[in-house]
Design a protein around this ligand. Structure first.
Ligand code: GLN
Length: 481
């Protein structure tokens, strides 16, 4: 049987079950796709050899034989774990993250390490220490970040699923830029054991796929309580695909965030696409209410402070002694620390460590970090109040479509503002999913977010799936790259 590179997992499962394709053939096909095309995209840092992939997975399980790729901040036992940084280039993980272990147990084939912005810091995947990730829809444009490799690999038809991580939008933004589905779950729904920390209070592993059903399927394999991460929620494993019947919940109330759509910097094509999406949801039976949320206006600044502060503290462990690289010669121990960190970290990471240490320093702690934590609580409260009146919220994922490489080289603030619509969900710890909702006139994908209260993933998937079934976007794929 000829394999369709864009076949959803559901279709592949049937083909495997009916022996129309063999597990080995599908794996070889995906490896060959990377070999043939990834030199133009740069989505993978490494594709493993076939035998070592097969020897690490179970032959049985819901995801048996389904290949996927994992962002290189998530531990895979016996594999390099570089975080796209020189400082961890030589580091090999001694254990599996809970998410990767669960996927293997369910039969999934983990075929490589996906490229990213160094230590997941970025919005465009231009800061990887190795190479940038191009957008499969137009290789002169960025894939979005920081899980750009994970999103581009799925969009390009290399693999049907991938894992990313989302601290301020890193799963949803590249998913929107590349025209695929990306979810950031409730904080604590997926174990962070084995996820390299960026800003621990905001970090979550997320899932990228081409369809909602596939996303829910992977979620069913990895979500749920984990003894190895005390911040995980006490939820049992469940099947998130169960409610996906093409309809929405009876009486569903959806809030549209008007001050999300009416900001001056919003691209009008994105606004129009989201307005169309809202109409589809309304046709499906949802009641639409309009809101103004002050939370989103304060989120980016709050996220900026908290993420840098936690990053500075988390990245203090890379000192040339415990992990990864160490400079060859230095006059003293302190000089060794300094030189290793200077040579090992890229410019963006060093910049963030410096800002983070400044915001945490004596005399500035209360002014920056302390105040940011207070504003975070206000944001949480406002969202909690809003969810008393509606079940879900609609917000843009991005204000501009995937841009050309280098666009924001001289404007770091504009780059940081790419998180404007995505970071509120991280600050509030609530789930958000980015769903494709159209294209610009240049055929660059557009996405929008559905956001729900804590642990509303099932409702998000059900609603997103119903929307998807009414629209053609998930059937459209990049033609050449
Ligand atoms: N763009 C954001 C940042 O650079 C988000 C990163 C993330 O979610 N990992 O911090």
């Amino acid at each position: 049987m000829k394999i369709n590179p864009f076949a959803p997992i559901k279709e592949l499962q049937t083909a495997l079950k009916e022996k129309k394709i063999l597990r080995k053939e599908l794996l070889e096909y995906c490896i060959a796709r990377f070999k043939d095309y990834d030199h133009k995209i740069g989505s993978a840092l490494e594709i493993f050899d076939k035998e070592s992939i097969l020897s690490r997975a179970c032959a049985e399980g819901v995801l048996a034989g389904i290949p996927g790729i994992v962002k290189d901040v998530i531990a895979q036992k016996g594999r390099c774990l570089s975080c796209a940084s020189k400082i961890l280039e030589p580091f090999v993980s001694p254990y599996d993250a809970t998410a990767t272990a669960r996927l293997k147990k369910d039969g999934a084939l983990l075929i490589g390490r996906a490229n990213l912005d160094e230590f997941a810091m970025g919005s465009s995947n231009e800061t990887s220490a190795f190479y940038k990730v191009a957008n499969p829809w137009d290789i002169t444009r960025v894939s979005g970040g920081s899980s750009g490799g994970s999103a581009a690999a799925v969009a390009a038809g290399f693999v049907p699923w991938s894992l990313g991580s989302d601290t301020g939008g890193s799963v949803r933004l590249p998913a929107a830029f590349c025209g695929v589905v990306g979810i950031k779950p409730t904080y604590g729904l997926i174990s962070r054991c084995g996820l390299v920390a960026y800003a621990s209070s905001l970090d979550q592993i997320g899932i990228i796929t081409r369809t909602i059903y596939d996303n829910a399927l992977v979620m069913s394999a990895i979500a749920g309580h984990d003894l190895k991460d005390s911040t995980t929620c006490f939820v049992e494993k469940k099947d998130y695909t169960q409610k996906l019947d093409g309809s929405i919940k009876k009486g569903l109330r959806i809030g549209v965030i008007d001050n999300g759509l009416q900001v001056a910097s919003m691209n009008p094509e994105i606004v129009a696409a989201i307005e169309e999406a809202v109409k589809v949801l309304e046709k499906l039976g949802a009641t639409i209410k309009h809101f103004t949320l002050s939370a989103i206006e304060y989120s980016a600044a709050t996220y900026f402070i908290i993420s840098r502060a936690e990053a500075a503290s988390n990245l203090a462990r890379y000192d040339g002694v415990r992990y990864g690289m160490r400079v060859k010669s230095a006059e003293s121990l302190t000089a060794m620390y300094e030189k290793t960190r200077y040579d090992g970290f890229g410019q963006e990471v060093r910049r963030r460590i410096m800002i983070g240490n400044y915001t945490l320093s004596v005399g500035h702690h209360a002014e920056f970090y302390g105040n940011a934590k207070k504003v975070q609580q206000m944001i949480r409260n406002e969202l909690e109040q809003t969810f008393k009146e509606v079940d879900l919220l609609v917000m843009p994922t991005h204000s501009i479509p995937a841009f050309k490489f280098g666009t924001f080289d001289d404007n770091k603030l504009a780059m940081d503002l790419q998180d404007y619509f995505t970071c509120p969900a991280n600050l509030a710890g609530i789930p958000a999913i980015s769903i494709p909702c159209g294209f610009t006139k240049d055929t660059i994908p557009i996405g929008f977010q559905l956001i729900g209260p804590s642990l509303s993933e099932e409702l998000l998937y059900q609603t997103a799936h119903a929307y998807e079934q009414q629209t053609p976007w998930h059937t459209m794929h990049p033609k050449k790259f």
